[in-house]
Design a protein around this ligand. Sequence first.
Ligand code: TPP
Ligand code: MG
Length: 380
Amino acid sequence: MPPNAAARSARATSTSTARRRRPAPDTTVSSAEALGFYRQMVLIRRFEERAARAYTEAKVGGYCHLNLGEEATVAGLMASLDETDYVYTNYREHGYAIARGIEPGRVMAELYGRSDGVSRGWGGSMHMFDVASRFMGGYGIVGGQVPLATGTALAIDYRGGREAVVCVMGDGTTNIGAFHESLNIAALWSLPIVYVVINNGLGMGTTVEQSSAEPELHKRAASYRMASARVDGNDPEAVYDAARTALAGARSGKPYLLETVSGRLKGHSVVDPATYRTKEEAAALKAADPVAAYAVTLHDRGLLTDESIAEIDADAMSAVARAVEFADASPHPDVSTLFDYTYATPVPNDSRRLPGAALYPAPPRPGAEDAGAVRIGAAR
Ligand SMILES: Cc1ncc(C[n+]2csc(CCOP(=O)(O)OP(=O)(O)O)c2C)c(N)n1
Ligand SMILES: [Mg+2]
C-alpha cells in the first residue's frame, strides 16, 4: 500500500485521541531531519520494489536481498554517521548504499551488472564497494564483514584518527564464530566500532528463538563488557538517537553493540516466497510497516499533509524510474576487465587469464616421449 493510502486508512480507523496533533517526542531529531528520514525511507521502499520487479524481468542476475521493512533503521542509522566514518554491511545492502549518498542509478546499474554500477558491474547486488563514500561493502559470506570492519577500526586506532566504523549484520550473524572473536578483540583493544545487529526475526527461514539461546541479542555484549542497547528499528528517530550515543562511545574508545528490532516484509531474497510464515505473521508485519507508520506519525505532528505525502512518493517514483533508465543505458563491462579489481595492486599471475584458458601446460599423455615433463611424486 502506498504510504499516503496507508496514512489515510490508518487515520480513518484511529481514535479521536490519536488524531489529535502530537508534540514531537523526546528526540534530538529536528523537523527537517524527520522529513529527510521519511523521504529516504520512501525512496528506499520504491527502489527495492522496483529492484524486485527488475529481477523478474531478468535484468538482475545472481542473488538479490531487499531492505523492505528495514527502511526506518537504514535511514536513522545512516544519518547518524559522519562523512569520514566507514560502513560495512552484509548482502542486504541497497538501502545503505543509497543512504550513504551513492546515486540510485549507480546502485541499480550494479544490480544490472553494468559498467556504471557502484562496483563497475562486477559485484552485483551483494558486493557494492565505494571508497569515495567509505562504503566498504557488501558481503555474501554471513559474518564476513565483521572481522574486516574490526580490522578497519584497529587501523583507525593505530593511526590515531577520529573516525568510527559501523558494522551492520543480521540477527543470524551473531551465531558465527567471527562475531564473538571480533567483539572480544574490539573490547580488549578499545576499538572505535559500533556493531549493529538488524534483528528482523529471521535468518533465512529460521527464527531468532530457534537459533539463539539468548534471543535478546544485545545482551551478548555483556560477555565482552561492552555497552549495548536494543531499540525499535521501525522508528527512525529512535535508531538515530541510539546510533549517535553508540558512535559517541565508539569514538572515545568504547565499542558498542546496537540491536534494532524490525521485520522483513518479504522473503529472505527475491526468490523466496516465505511459505514458512503464517498468514497472521504476514498481516502483523504489514500492520507495523515502518514507512506507513512514520507517514502517520509525521502527519499527526503536522509535518506532512496528504498532498506532501503524495508528492514525496511521486518524487521517489521518478528517481527510481531515472535509476532504471540509467542502468538500462549503461554498457555491460568488457570481459577483458574481469580480473582487474581482484587485487588492490596489479598481480601478474596465471589466474588473471580469461575463463577457459588452461592455467598449466597439459600433463604428458601416458607413453608420450616428453623428457621435460614434471612427474608428480618424482624423487627430488
Ligand atoms: C558462512 C555462511 N553460512 C551460511 C550462509 C547462507 N546464508 C545466507 S544468508 C543467511 C541468513 C543470515 O541471516 P541474518 O544474519 O539474520 O541476516 P538477514 O538475511 O536476515 O539480513 C544464511 C544462513 C552464508 N551466506 N554464509
Ligand atoms: Mg535476520
